[in-house]
Design a binder for this molecule. Structure first.
Ligand SMILES: C[S@@+](CC[C@H](N)C(=O)[O-])C[C@H]1O[C@@H](n2cnc3c(N)ncnc32)[C@H](O)[C@@H]1O
Length: 241
């Protein structure tokens, strides 16, 4: 699937050329890895068939969250997963950049993580360090990750409480957890501390709320951000200095 990739600000160097080249190569890349992607989507479908499961209780601490998160709130794989087109881009990005560590949080049921692992497997290098505080969801994510390969360290806990596990430094990070400006900006500060120079940091669900959009504007304007891109209005990518 072609993506609506746009440059937001900053350097138009090699990372810029790489990211904007995706649409020219995506059809061939996705055809080459069709069987692998089919296997991952099968696992996602089977997890989806398990239905909705209770949300992590940490969401109850967030006042006036845009989505209902109170006691009894439940979600399915289908509701929380990153879309297939963006996931395939993540696989390609992992193959192109070949980072020692890809960091992601949260794992949820493992959809984005399986696609990161696919890229690490194709590259035959690197590890995925992933976090999911929902113990039930984390177990499902682990089983899904194992279907792809064993290049993962998945922790049943929050990223914030376990930053010491991110080693070697991350070359790519996906922040896809609680979608509020105050939470995400605090996580971004921690991500910078565990990232390699020139690392990419990806923000999901920019259009979740006005608050998340304001968060993205602040991230883009940060002095330690060299360049920023968007996939549609949903996903933001920045390159650290
Ligand atoms: C939108 S889902 C992630 C979807 C997943 N990346 C995918 O594409 O399949 C958000 C997840 O983040 C988890 N989460 C929330 N706060 C977190 C934190 N501080 N650290 C790690 N995970 C967190 C939630 O429990 C939830 O499972």
């Amino acid at each position: 699937m072609k993506l609506n990739l746009t440059h937001v600000r900053g350097a138009r160097g090699s990372t810029h050329d790489l990211i904007l080249s995706y649409n020219a190569v995506q059809a061939a890349f996705n055809a080459e890895h069709k069987t692998l992607f089919h296997r991952i989507e099968n696992a996602i479908q089977q997890t989806g068939e398990k239905g909705k499961m209770p949300l992590w209780e940490g969401y109850e601490q967030i006042p006036e969250y845009v989505q209902s998160t109170g006691p009894g709130a439940r979600r399915s794989m289908t509701q929380v997963r990153t879309g297939q087109g963006i996931c395939q881009f993540y696989t390609w990005l992992a193959v192109q950049r070949q980072p020692e560590t890809i960091l992601e949080f949260g794992a949820a049921f493992g959809a984005s993580g399986m696609y990161w692992l696919a890229g690490l497997g194709i590259a035959e290098s690197g590890q995925l360090v992933s976090f999911e505080p929902n113990a039930q969801w984390c177990d499902i994510a682990r089983a899904n990750f194992d279907l792809v390969n064993d290049r993962h360290v998945l922790t049943a806990g929050t990223f914030e409480e376990n930053t010491a596990l991110v080693s070697p430094a991350a070359g790519i990070t996906l922040i896809d957890a609680i979608h509020t400006k105050s939470v995400v900006l605090a996580q971004f500060e921690l991500v910078k501390q565990v990232s390699a120079p020139g690392a990419l940091v990806i923000f999901d669900d920019l259009n979740f709320s006005d608050d998340m959009w304001a968060c993205w504007q602040e991230v883009c304007a940060a002095s330690d951000v060299a360049a920023a891109w968007q996939i549609g209005k949903r996903v933001g990518i920045v390159e650290l200095r």
